[in-house]
Design a binder for this molecule. Structure first.
Ligand code: 3PY
Ligand code: MG
Length: 262
């Protein structure tokens, strides 16, 4: 399967994604058909684990959407096993230093570009043995900037060869800056985000952000981000049922206070 999201990340085209937190087959199948460019199975905070991933991934295989995985931590086994399971890219959380970035890149690519260990599983079943020779050109490695330390080391992180793009974790970043969690309007947060976007541009990296909802995704793309999530399985359920209850009660559905969270 062509990695269409990777093509967009490399060419600077905009893309939208959906965040998957729930280990539910039908929810995954439904959302994977929504027309997003990419979907992200979240093994860091989502309510799923690796065995759920191996169950859900086949259900969306063949659909025109790029499956990526946010790994639980920047560990070679986590990254390698996500790719072996059929992910076409990884989002690596809490990348704070160039050394962290080099470790994530090394785990994402086979030698000589990296040190990904070879254990052909679903990836080779889907792509054929030729994948072992072409994987390095088919896989995306996206690194999360979400701490003060990551911000300080931005330049050296972005300079690491093999990074596809940087991905802002806005909530952790507000914590990292010592702000009220979620204070995305704070000038220090706005400045930090502008620096991340400018750094990506200088290094020809794609720049993304975790969007909590469609409005945040739309604004982020209009403000110069290349990619953003538009919400998650959980947020669509919560917001959908909240609106339905409001409408059925004759209340203003737009007045439903968002309960927040993923
Ligand atoms: C953050 O906001 O820190 C995230 O990682 C979003 O998932
Ligand atoms: Mg985070």
């Amino acid at each position: 399967m062509e990695n269409t999201a990777l093509r967009k990340w490399r060419s600077g085209d905009k893309s939208l994604g959906i965040w998957f937190n729930l280990p539910d087959l039908h929810v995954a199948e439904t959302l994977a058909r929504a027309g997003a460019d990419w979907i992200c199975f979240d093994l860091q905070h989502g309510l799923m684990d690796y065995s759920d991933l191996t169950r859900l991934m086949p259900a969306i295989t063949g659909l025109p959407v790029t499956p990526i995985v946010r790994v639980a931590a920047n560990q070679p086994d986590q990254i390698g096993k996500a790719l072996d399971a059929g992910a076409q890219g990884v989002i690596v959380p809490v990348v704070n230093t160039a050394e962290d970035a080099r470790a994530a890149v090394a785990a994402s690519y086979y030698p000589p570009k990296g040190q990904r260990s070879c254990g052909p599983m679903r990836d080779v079943m889907l792509e054929g043995l030729g994948y072992l020779g072409t994987a390095n050109d088919q896989v995306a490695c996206l690194l999360m900037i979400e701490t003060e330390e990551g911000l300080r080391n931005l330049e050296s992180i972005a300079a690491v060869e093999g990074v596809t793009g940087l991905f802002v974790g806005p909530m952790d970043l507000t914590y990292g800056l010592g702000l009220t969690p979620g204070d995305f309007a704070n000038a220090r947060f706005v400045d930090a985000v502008a620096t991340i976007k400018a750094t990506c541009q200088r290094h020809q990296l794609s720049c993304g952000i975790f969007g909590y909802n469609a409005e945040m995704a739309e604004k982020s793309l209009a403000d110069g981000f290349d990619f953003a999530s538009i919400g998650s399985d959980i947020s669509f359920l919560r917001d959908g049922v909240g609106r339905a209850m409001a409408i059925a009660r004759g209340e203003d559905p737009d007045g439903v206070a968002a309960r927040g969270g993923y």
